[in-house]
Structure formats: structure tokens, C-alpha cells
Write a protein that binds this ligand. Sequence first.
Ligand code: GRF
Length: 199
Amino acid sequence: MKLAVLLSGRGSNFAAIHEAIAAGALDARIVVVISNRPGAAGLERARQWGYDAHAIDHRAYPSRAAHEEEVQRILAEHEPDFIALAGYMRLLSPAFVAAWPHRIVNIHPSLLPAFPGTDAQAQAVAYGVKVSGCTVHFVDENLDAGPIIVQRAVPVRDDDDADSRAARILAQEHVAYIDALRILAGGGWRVEGRRVVVG
Ligand code: GRF
């Protein structure tokens, strides 16, 4: 399974994927890493690890379409089976999503459909939920809304602050992302309406 990774920040989910592959726990190959932020720590890690790593700064393009065209050009050179969004903080246009049906995967730090959008952990704290978690899902044309591949629950503790909660969810994200990619790599899955059915 050839993976493209798109990120914007520290890249801990990218690192988890890298480590799972290196440890033989995930049968995949990262063929390209793209960041829309040139200073992203994840991009630096990608370079250190010897990946084909590209900064495609969205601010240098006149429109979302122009930026996506360049991202698509780089992706096309590598023919990934799946595109893993790992903290990629750009909305993808419907045209981009339509070009990769059920082949773009995202991780979100809440149990969707609760708390889509930014600051999901803080939204969960403010709402007062007792269980939070993370979701790996296919990307469709709506925000944080595509068919769910894997979810992991994280109990909320009364003594949690936003940072400790986010850290405990992040640890589960790293497990969930590998589980989801393993499902995709294994084949034998299908999407029935909103449901991802395995086996
Ligand atoms: C994660 O919390 C992920 O769920 C969200 O963005 C964050 C990325 O973290 N989409 P990292 O860059 O993978 O460390």
C-alpha cells in the first residue's frame, strides 16, 4: 500500500505511521509527504527520515484551486493508494475529494459526529462529555463527515485539563490510525452507505 501523507504541523500521527511501518506492524510504504506549511515540524522529520518531502505553501498560490492543483501534481507523480491526512489544516475542495473517492483518510480528535471542526478537544471539555476519543474516517465533501473506519474512546477525567485530555486522546489517535490503515491495506473492506464494513 502506497501512502501519501499530508500534514501542517508537528506530525506525531505521521511519525506513528512511519514507526509502525519500520517496526513491520503495517504493510505500507510512505511515498511522499506534503505540507502546506514550510515550517511544519512534521516536514522536518520527513526530511530527516529521507522521505520525498514537499512544502507547498498555500499562501504562495492565488486560490485554493491553484494550490490544490500543485498538490495533485505532486501526488500524481507518486500514485498513492491512499492519502493520509495527519493534521492537515486545509479544507479540501469537492473537486479534490472527488478525484480520490474513498482514498483520502483523516484523523479527528473526537468521537464523530460529535465536535467536528477545530478545537474538538476543547469543545468536548466545554460540553462536559464523560467519554471522548478519536475517529479515523474517509474524507468526503463535508467537514469531518465521511464514513468511519475506526474509533477509539477515551474516558474523560474530572481532573483533566485541556492539555492532559488532548495528550491522552493523541496517544489513542496513534493506535487508531495504524488500525485503520491496516484495515485498508488488508483489503476485504467495503463502504455501504455510511458504513465501512470489514470482512
Ligand atoms: C491531531 O490531533 C489530529 O487528530 C488533528 O490534528 C492533530 C495533528 O497532530 N487532525 P499531529 O500533527 O499528527 O501531531
